[in-house]
Design a protein around this ligand. Structure first.
Ligand SMILES: Nc1ncnc2c1ncn2[C@@H]1O[C@H](COP(=O)(O)OP(=O)(O)O)[C@@H](O)[C@H]1O
Ligand SMILES: O=P(O)(O)OC[C@H]1O[C@](O)(COP(=O)(O)O)[C@@H](O)[C@@H]1O
Length: 303
């Protein structure tokens, strides 16, 4: 079984504005509402790539209902814990630049956190748990560390895609996959990462600290893959970028969907890059045919 866990889901409200003027009245010309949050995006892409999975985490209010309905419509199993507040709305403003405003999210009580730990403790050997996204302020930043310990005890393979302190704390634990982007990796090591060589250098440290597979995504500048035997870089295909929100999550889903079937890390890495780019070239998340069409355009070389 594959589970995705989103502690702080969101409704992603995407609005396109031709020319954005801060402080002025701006009118959008195109809007979209998507069920979002990193784990939920991973669930949606996994499902599109033919991998059934269960989404867990916390949801509340009318936005929480929207997310549940959308997942149900897409035939994705979900077992969210209800919270009293309202799941956040994250604004994604598309103009000449992409600007994002991510809200803080509702309060999660200690009892609700315990309920989630109970769900994680019930996972079994061979399961995968994708823990993705920020940790809301009412949850201790070591939440993922405690989850990683439960996974270790039960033989569950954990994937972490997070940032800031939550990423700092999870590094050093036994992880199946970790996928920071180059900004998050730089923040972790208190440095700026701009080249593939720098990304490879710091990414190797994540592998040495306990991650079996490491992917460093670098937006339109390619991606790096590291395991104990190899370090590769991949190109990203060219195309018309429509919406990069969820590209990183699509990479995680792409890697996992391929790996569970083929156990081939290089093919899984290429599928990850194809899925990330296919999402960048779509308004919503990628579809299977988009990923398949891009896969043959991804090449890797040793670094
Ligand atoms: N401008 C782009 N052109 C092509 N592919 C892109 C572009 N931006 C992102 N991608 C794809 O999405 C992946 C993840 O993007 P990135 O922005 O690094 O992740 P995150 O969303 O986690 O910040 C990249 O590795 C690439 O495959
Ligand atoms: O939990 P965070 O870090 O605030 O991120 C939440 C946001 O990230 C997303 O999951 C997109 O993530 P990526 O672009 O990194 O793949 C959005 O759907 C959501 O609004």
């Amino acid at each position: 079984m594959i589970f995705t866990c989103t502690l702080n889901p969101s409704v992603d409200y995407v609005i396109h504005v031709d020319t954005f003027t801060p402080g002025g009245l701006n009118r959008g010309n195109k809007t979209f509402y998507y069920p979002g949050g990193k784990g939920i995006n991973v669930s949606r892409v996994l499902n599109r790539l033919g991998r059934s999975n269960t989404a867990i985490g916390f949801l509340g209010g009318f936005t929480g209902d929207f997310i549940k309905n959308e997942l149900t419509k897409e035939n994705i199993d979900h077992q969210f814990i209800a919270v009293n507040g309202t799941t956040r709305v994250n604004m994604k403003l598309k103009s000449t630049d992409e600007t994002e405003i991510n809200g803080p999210g509702p309060e999660i009580t200690a009892e609700q956190q315990e309920q989630l730990f109970k769900q994680i403790a019930e996972m079994s050997e061979g399961d995968y748990l994708v823990a993705a996204g920020s940790v809301p302020s009412t949850i201790a930043t070591d939440f993922y560390v405690q989850a990683a310990e439960l996974c270790r005890q039960n033989g569950v393979k954990m994937i972490a895609d997070t940032s800031s302190n939550a990423l700092k704390e999870i590094v050093g634990r036994e992880l199946f996959l970790v996928k920071p982007n180059h900004h998050e990796l730089g923040e972790l090591f208190d440095t700026a990462i701009t080249t593939h060589e720098q990304a490879a250098h710091y990414g190797k440290q994540l592998q040495q600290k306990g991650a079996r597979h490491v992917i460093i995504s670098m937006g339109g500048n390619g991606a790096i893959y590291i395991n104990k035997d190899t370090c590769l870089r991949a190109n990203v295909p060219s195309g018309q970028v429509k919406n990069t929100v969820g590209s990183g999550d699509s990479m995680v889903a792409g890697f996992l969907s391929s790996y569970v079937k083929t156990k081939d890390p290089v093919l899984s890495f290429k599928t990850a890059v194809a899925a990330g780019s296919a999402t960048a070239f779509s308004d919503d998340l990628c579809e299977q045919e988009d990923v398949e069409a891009l896969l043959s355009k991804i090449t890797t070389e040793a670094l």
